[in-house]
Design a protein around this ligand. Structure first.
Ligand code: CA
Length: 229
């Protein structure tokens, strides 16, 4: 039976999650503070951790980082604030999934099952699985940094690859050019947001069948871009 650790300071939420997970057949342990949660996570064998972001003593960011240093079990981070979820993405803490509160407990159970299945496959296969993002005809192998469109490999520059991957990993989310510039180029280059437009154009030439009717990266006029699900 898979053992799950919930690190959550709001007892009612923790209990609700526990009830649903137990009904689904999991063995569940709750810790209410950051430091107790972290010690428990490191001291015992769990197959998955559900980690709240705002916690007394040590916050979820730090806990995630410290668990990740030692273990590669799935971590699902939860937060009441959408902004925090964006921040988690940006920090690259190594969490496997993110949920914004309030979420439905059955959605949580579904995600827990999906992550456990994936993790078990990975562990039982004994080989390191490449980290792949696949949406419709596009397959992005993040480990090998290769992109396939309908099975055919296309060559991407580093920034084109990073930009496509970022958008594909956050489908259905509209990003402004400024946000994309910040995300992909950060402080390393003196450029302007026009760079984003140029790169989007190049990516479209490689992935779209018809660049004037993009099926993957949509332009949201006056706002920015969105990867279609
Ligand atoms: Ca909290």
């Amino acid at each position: 039976m898979s053992k799950i650790l919930i690190i959550e300071d709001e007892q009612t939420i923790a209990e609700l999650e526990k009830d649903y997970l137990e009904l689904a057949g999991f063995d569940v342990v709750i810790e209410n503070t950051g430091d107790e949660g972290l010690s428990k996570a490191l001291a015992e064998e769990f197959q998955l951790i559900i980690l709240d972001l705002m916690l007394p003593s040590i916050d979820g960011f730090e806990i995630c980082k410290r668990i990740r240093d030692k273990k590669n079990i799935p971590i699902i981070m939860v937060s009441a604030k959408k902004d925090d979820i964006d921040k988690i993405h940006g920090l690259g803490l190594g969490a496997d999934d993110y949920m914004t509160k309030p979420f439905s407990p059955s959605e949580l159970v579904a995600r827990v099952k999906a992550h456990l299945n994936r993790y078990e496959r990975l562990v039982s296969s004994g080989v390191q699985e490449n980290d792949v993002v696949e949406i419709r005809g596009i397959k992005i192998d993040k480990t090998a940094r290769r992109v396939y469109v309908n099975g055919e490999e296309r060559n991407f520059t580093t920034k084109e690859f990073d930009l496509l991957t970022f958008l594909a990993e956050h489908p259905n989310h509209v990003y402004t050019k400024e946000e994309l510039f910040q995300e992909i180029w950060d402080m390393e280059s003196i450029g302007d947001i026009a760079t984003v437009t140029v790169h989007i154009k190049k990516i479209r030439e490689k992935v779209e069948a018809n660049t004037s009717k993009p099926q993957y990266i949509e332009t949201i006029w006056g706002v920015g871009y969105r990867f279609r699900v």
